[in-house]
Design a protein around this ligand. Sequence first.
Ligand code: HEM
Length: 408
Amino acid sequence: MALRADPDGPAVTLDLTGETSPYPFFQYMRRTEPVWHGALMDHTQVPPELKPNDEWVLFGYDGVFQAFRDDRVFSSAAYDKTIGLVMGHTILAMGGKEHHDHRNLVAKAFRATALERWEPSAIAPICTQLVDEIKNDGGADLVKAVTFEFPTRIIATLLGLPRDDLDLFRRLSFDLISIPTDIMAGLNAAAELHDYFLDQVEQRRHTPTDDIIGDLVAAEIDGKKLTDEAIIAFLRLLLPAGLETTYRSSGNLLYLLLTHPEQLAMVYHDRSLIPVAIEEGLRFETPLTMVTRTTTEEVDIGGKTIPPDAQVDLCMASANRDESRWTDPNTFDIRRPRQAHIAFAGGIHMCLGMHLARLETRVMLNSLFDRVQDLAFVVDDGTGAESRIVGLTFRSPNKLPVTFSPAA
Ligand code: HEM
């Protein structure tokens, strides 16, 4: 199914299956209709009562930035009616004072300085172990062997879940994330996770622990603590927020480095370049391409007037290639001058886990580069299916076949 940008204009289409790149469509829209009265969805199957009132998409950096900053007019409260059905009332749907108070309570555990303690004790050993398992094999699919696996193991360890529960936790996380395609599996996982996390919270109310659930149980501001339900809603949100995005972004970065071998060599030999490579990877192939807001009142943006109660998609992937901000934005180049991207959103809901995502990816790359050499992309792995980055809302490589030898 493809969406035509302009029925009377050139044949620029958006492949709604995500099989082909959306970037030519985004570029066309940025240049012609950066504030577009339209939808990036196929609504033919949606019953009329469930169709949004009015739909708009923001493609340019300035518009997306403005909408993230103006959280009163571009409200995220509608998350309660979507992901809220399985996760409860989460921080993402909150605004104003409620969001401010809640975020203050949970933010401490995710500060860059608070996360440092996890690097030697949890994150590095997990990444090392995963690479050790494959380093003598001559090659591997890095999606299966590394990128899909490390964020789950890391978050389970940081939360302080028992090692024996990893398989259960992995299954429930996967089922919860599958909710758009398998609603019953998602609902059952949400209920099971509720009971599972409640038990973990109760244990920590009796015996405090040095882990993220322990931090959340102990968190207190002005004598106020998080309730059990608030902690559980937050923990359930961490699964899609923290797992799906990080596994995709690290896969995208590896794909981009493997398909730009001269840049891979630069980063391999000079590890101080890893942080800039991570940022350029997030800009160039944003793992979560868009999020949605609802207008609470009429608003002027980019010369257009959006009415109240309209659904507005903020297309961060398009904003991250805005030519008014980046020279030659369709080129992946870790040497480009530094300029903040918007992959982690902005404003009050700016990603709480961004320091963790960066830390995990840096440690994963270092572990890989320390243990293998001559890393090369396998263009034809004999399956007939090309390895490439796919997806519309979420984007990542379908596989990453590589060859290597153990580092000397
Ligand atoms: C590369 C990886 C990641 C990307 C690209 C990413 C992206 C985002 C974006 C775009 C938002 C805003 C959503 C919206 O406003 O509708 C967000 C919020 C959030 N993210 Fe991330 N995220 C990543 C990793 C993580 C990790 C590792 C965690 C935690 C384990 C996390 C936890 C959160 C939370 C809790 C929020 C809600 C913050 C709030 O509402 O105040 N994220 N993230």
